[in-house]
Design a protein around this ligand. Structure first.
Ligand code: ACM
Length: 269
């Protein structure tokens, strides 16, 4: 993988059963033997499901990172398949619960990110993340990580791009319709690739209040092209080759460079 400019990336769009960590994980693991890639992104909370009812549930189903069984299983999968995985999982750290993502390479655990912008009822059971939005080296490719609703805050993707991200890995559990299109703008604004890995299906943990997830996992390039996009309803794995050099050139014509033309003297952040 080192120094090669074509990078094979993809996502798994799954439909986990809430609380069934072992079988949700086993189902995802079974897909790796038939799909080879440099980087696979899995959805937010891919092994637990999404809709926790309270903090106790989040702490019980959450795992320590990297010692917990889900991270350890992902480390084994990455070693066996010589791949990298970025996956959303529930994290328990003492009395704190986080909506986290783990970053794992073929040689093992690289780090974690904790969702910064919690969505709706997540605020009732997760703590907001306080780790920096960070970029990880996967071979010679720089991969930034954000989780789902972070898309609604353009500062998240911008921070990752300014930190040198070529690719934004974006584990998600989307319930609002706008994100797949909005991520095209995030890619255009920053000239980065983005891999959004979403889930499908419905969770009805509160009778009469179903949450339906919109699928449409996708890979978008720095020109805003949708390279692949999954359906709204089916479990799917999709993989595509991307040319990383495209993300390293921030000029959009002979006069404009997206980073050099920024007017920090006028912006208020
Ligand atoms: C979301 O942030 N899972 C909508």
């Amino acid at each position: 993988m080192n120094n090669k400019k074509l990078f094979r990336v993809g996502f798994i769009q799954n439909n986990p059963v809430f609380g069934e960590i072992e079988s949700n994980l086993a189902k995802v693991e079974s897909l790796f033997s038939s799909n080879s890639a440099d980087l696979i992104v899995l959805p937010e909370l891919f092994s637990t499901g999404y809709h926790f009812l309270n903090r106790e549930e989040a702490l019980t189903l959450g795992e320590s990172i990297p010692e917990g069984p889900t991270t350890q299983a992902l480390i084994r999968i990455c070693k066996q398949n010589q791949t990298s995985i970025i996956a959303g999982i529930a994290e328990q750290d003492g009395d704190s619960a986080y909506n986290s993502a783990v970053i794992i390479g073929p040689d093992g655990y690289l780090g974690k990110y904790r969702k910064t912008h919690l969505f709706d009822t997540e605020k009732n059971y997760f703590d907001p993340g306080g780790l920096p939005l960070s970029v990880f080296d996967i071979g010679s490719v720089r991969v930034g990580v954000m989780i789902c609703f972070d898309w609604r805050f353009p500062e998240s993707a911008r921070t990752l791009a300014l930190a040198g991200a070529d690719v934004i890995a974006h584990p998600s559990n989307l319930v609002l319709p706008h994100c797949p299109q909005a991520m095209i703008t995030r890619c255009l604004e920053n000239r980065v690739f983005a891999i959004t890995a979403d889930r499908v299906g419905t969770e009805e943990r509160i009778p009469g209040s179903p949450l339906r997830f919109i699928g449409q996992s996708q890979v978008v390039d720095p020109d805003g092209n949708i390279l692949v996009r999954a359906s709204e309803t089916d479990e799917e794995t999709q993989i595509v080759d991307i040319d990383i050099e495209k993300a390293r050139n921030k000029s959009i014509n002979s006069s404009n460079d997206l980073f050099k033309d920024r007017r920090n003297d006028l912006y208020r952040t």
